[in-house]
Design a protein around this ligand. Structure first.
Ligand SMILES: NC(=O)c1ccc[n+]([C@@H]2O[C@H](COP(=O)([O-])OP(=O)(O)OC[C@H]3O[C@@H](n4cnc5c(N)ncnc54)[C@H](O)[C@@H]3O)[C@@H](O)[C@H]2O)c1
Length: 380
């Protein structure tokens, strides 16, 4: 494949993960953008990138940047996606795609109006090889009819009222926080694996800390506790720390999801149990190299991630032999393998999460919020 140039906006927690993954594939990161010209230059130096752009317009004007990665806070995604598509760029946007379903609907329309540009939402969890394998098995009918999917996405980095991040503010992150930030990874994954579509939701949310202490100078993602000794001011918080969501899928399957950012000891634990009429599948992102296959009439299986044992369609996305663990950063590499392959070939890759997928997740988020506020089932 030819070497493709990329520019990355957002140099906090996840932007550098994008950069590392692009480079591991042999593509070239030509420039980065931070929240100010100084931050762009500092990030370019720290990450060994040639250019630190002064503004998003400079990034868009760079002909060497064919693909634009948006790893900025959620409120910037909509405008940056619009501008990047108008500038003729391929776009990889972090999740959630935008703040409202009206915005995401507009981005779906724009993506369709630019069919030669590849557009993707960064639902990287799909690209754990054993999640791709679960999808292959579900599609092949190995687990039979799906009766229900249960699971959770639990973290602890916002456990204390002294933990703070832009995500807790509805203005910067959106009115839903835990569900939009991590719950949508679970929803994207289980709908991707099963092919099911969410029809209706019934949600109960809780803001455990209605007041948090914002440290002077802000705090970085996942490292909030590092700022806890700095002076801080109290800030009212309306976004949820916890959610329980009952899900009805089209066709009759049922689901149940618990999301929390205040569960001590669970650092980044996405789990699902998929109950089918023939077999069950279970997976845990903190033990990502094992897929549990449950049987009623014979011994259960623990399938280790090993390219030699995976379906042919999944093998290209598992690059190390069995026993050589692959994890979180590898999922970004494999997602971009699919995205950059589509850029190079001009052929879409059905594994890539599309803007339409990103739109559906935001529609589900809005239904979750309405359901909680009105204490009733809401159709998506
Ligand atoms: N796929 C995943 O696993 C995953 C993980 C974490 C975050 N995310 C998503 O990535 C995005 C960024 O999250 P994060 O955790 O890296 O946040 P972060 O706060 O760590 O980093 C955001 C960065 O964007 C910069 N920034 C702010 N406004 C900007 C602007 N207008 N232009 C350019 N840069 C700007 C900030 O200076 C900061 O460096 C969010 O949408 C989040 O939901 C996805």
């Amino acid at each position: 494949m030819r070497v493709i140039g990329a520019a990355v906006a957002g140099t906090g927690f996840i932007g550098p993960v994008h950069i590392e993954a692009i480079r591991r594939l042999g593509h070239r990161v030509v420039g980065v953008l931070g929240s100010s010209p100084d931050k762009s230059r500092a990030a370019a130096d720290a990450l060994g990138v040639e250019k630190g752009y002064a503004a998003f317009a400079d990034l868009l004007a760079d002909p060497a940047a064919e693909v634009v990665h948006l790893a900025t806070p959620n409120r910037d995604h909509f405008g940056q996606c619009q501008a990047a598509l108008a500038a003729g760029k391929h776009v990889v946007c972090e999740k959630p795609l935008a703040m409202t379903a009206a915005e995401t609907a507009e981005l779906v329309r724009l993506a369709a109006a630019h069919p030669r540009q590849v557009t993707a939402v960064n639902y990287n969890v799909r690209f754990y090889p054993l999640c791709l394998e679960a999808r292959e098995r579900a599609r092949a009918g190995d687990i039979g009819e799906v009766y229900h999917v249960t699971g959770s996405y639990l973290q602890d980095w916002l456990l204390y009222p002294t933990d703070f991040n832009w995500r807790v503010s509805a203005d910067a992150g959106g009115a839903l926080r835990a569900v939009a930030d991590i719950g949508t990874h679970w929803l994207d994954l289980v709908t991707f694996v099963t092919g099911l579509e969410v029809e209706a939701v019934c949600a109960d949310l809780r803001t455990v800390h209605p007041v948090r202490r914002r440290p002077a100078g802000g705090s970085e993602t996942f490292t909030g506790s590092a700022a806890k000794d700095r002076p801080a001011e109290p800030v009212a918080v309306t976004t949820e720390d916890y959610a329980s969501v009952l899900v009805r899928f089209r066709g009759g399957a049922r689901g149940c999801l618990t999301v929390s950012q205040v569960t001590a000891g669970r650092k980044n634990a996405l789990r699902f149990d998929l109950a089918g009429s023939k077999a069950a599948l279970a997976w845990d992102s903190e033990e990502p190299n094992v897929l549990h296959v449950g049987h009623r009439d014979r011994a259960n299986e623990a399938l280790g991630r090993d390219p030699a044992l995976l379906s042919a369609a999944v093998r290209p996305y598992a690059n190390y032999p069995g026993g050589h663990a692959e994890g979180f950063p590898d999922t970004f590499k494999q997602l971009y393998r699919a995205v950059y392959g589509a850029v190079a070939s001009g052929e879409p890759n059905p594994l890539v999460p599309t803007f339409a997928d990103g739109h559906r997740e935001v529609q589900v988020c809005e239904a979750v919020l309405t359901s909680h506020r009105e204490q009733r089932w809401v159709t998506v």
